[in-house]
Design a protein around this ligand. Structure first.
Ligand SMILES: Nc1nc2c(ncn2[C@@H]2O[C@H](COP(=O)(O)OP(=O)(O)O)[C@@H](O)[C@H]2O)c(=O)[nH]1
Ligand SMILES: [Mg+2]
Length: 316
């Protein structure tokens, strides 16, 4: 990346953050080495408090306001669109509850400025976050491990939103999930071979409870759902082939069982159920494998559409 005149947009998705936004804004550095402009973009997701007004009063340059609540993934997507049309070279995403230290934004953008990364994830020191319960720490680590496995990346903290994206990354990533865009973007970056790296960042003590998750149970089910769906989106053939093969294998075993009784004449008519179930499972297994082929054909369409999207986004 050309190391001068860079424009950094710091985006803050907000749902009713009027109270904590001023603290977050105060902490955002306005001067960063090799960067000529740092501007702030607030995406107000239909807040019912004074979030947008507070943003304006505190000198936020750009505000995108939704009339009703659309959720964090759509807010992030709107932010990416706005940042691209504002000519951002780097987009930084941070939370409106002052969870992260603004000062660390400098660390996040550096690998992108140095041309070493397209996405930089701020990794929290999960072990030492006091307000995380032991259970939450274990869950966070397990979740990040699964995301590393399915994405083929080595990101230690998959669920944090504190990240920086290069313009190239902004052009290439598309968010389809309704819920956890954070997990989706890592899997996507891995599958699209974007250079993704991480730097360690600090966190501030919480000012309020998480708004994203009502309970740990909801967090687990929604995250698992996102990981499964996004992974299948990129590896449809593999996923369907595996499911199909398992079902086909079960069918074959039952069929062979019947064959064994038949060949050795051990009352084969008493095992006709094995034959029927075996045949049914084998057929279902084969059918699931064919679904995989169809899904693979559909995914080539997605790839073509994504190429067109990059061209359109470049012009907007
Ligand atoms: N647009 C949008 N932003 C949200 C929503 N829920 C939370 N946020 C924002 O996402 C960021 C992280 O939310 P937070 O409740 O702190 O979740 P945490 O990551 O679990 O601490 C904050 O800036 C919130 O304002 C939502 O429904 N829509
Ligand atoms: Mg928070």
């Amino acid at each position: 990346m050309e190391k001068q005149d860079l424009k950094v947009i710091v985006q803050i998705p907000c749902l009713n953050e009027a109270k904590t936004l001023p603290i977050t804004l105060k902490d955002i550095p306005r001067k960063i080495e090799n960067v000529s402009k740092v501007e702030v973009l607030v995406i107000d997701d239909g807040s019912t408090d004074r979030t947008s007004e507070v943003a304006k009063e505190h000198g936020v340059e750009h505000i995108v306001r939704f009339r009703g609540r659309k959720g964090l993934a759509r807010a992030f997507e709107a932010g990416v669109e706005a940042a691209l049309s504002l000519g951002a070279d780097i987009l930084v995403n941070t939370d409106g509850d002052n969870q992260y230290r603004g000062e660390d934004i400098k660390k996040l953008v550096k690998p992108i400025i140095d041309g070493e990364a397209d996405i930089v994830v701020g990794s929290r020191d999960i072990d030492h976050i006091r307000h995380f319960s032991v259970f939450k720490k274990i869950l966070q680590k397990m979740g990040s491990w699964v995301v590393r496995r399915v994405s083929g990346t080595n990101i230690p903290d998959a669920s944090t939103g504190f990240r920086a994206y290069s313009r190239k990354a902004l052009l290439e990533i598309n968010i389809v999930s309704e819920f956890s865009y954070t997990l989706e973007t890592i899997i996507e970056a891995g599958k699209k071979n974007l250079a993704i790296s991480n730097v360690s960042v600090r966190t501030n003590p919480p000012l309020r409870k998480s708004r994203l998750y009502k309970s740990i149970f909801q967090y687990i089910t929604k995250s698992a759902n996102t990981i499964l769906r996004i992974y299948t989106m990129y590896e449809a053939l593999y996923v369907f082939m595996m499911i199909g093969l398992v079902v086909f294998f079960c069918g074959t075993v039952l069929f062979l069982r019947y064959l064994y009784f038949y060949i050795f004449n051990l009352n084969p008519t008493g095992h006709i159920q094995s034959l029927i179930l075996g045949a049914v499972l084998s057929l279902i297994g084969l059918q699931v494998m064919v679904f995989g082929l169809v899904a693979d054909l559909v995914s080539s369409n997605r790839k073509l559409i994504e190429k067109i999207l990059i061209k359109i986004k470049r012009k907007s």
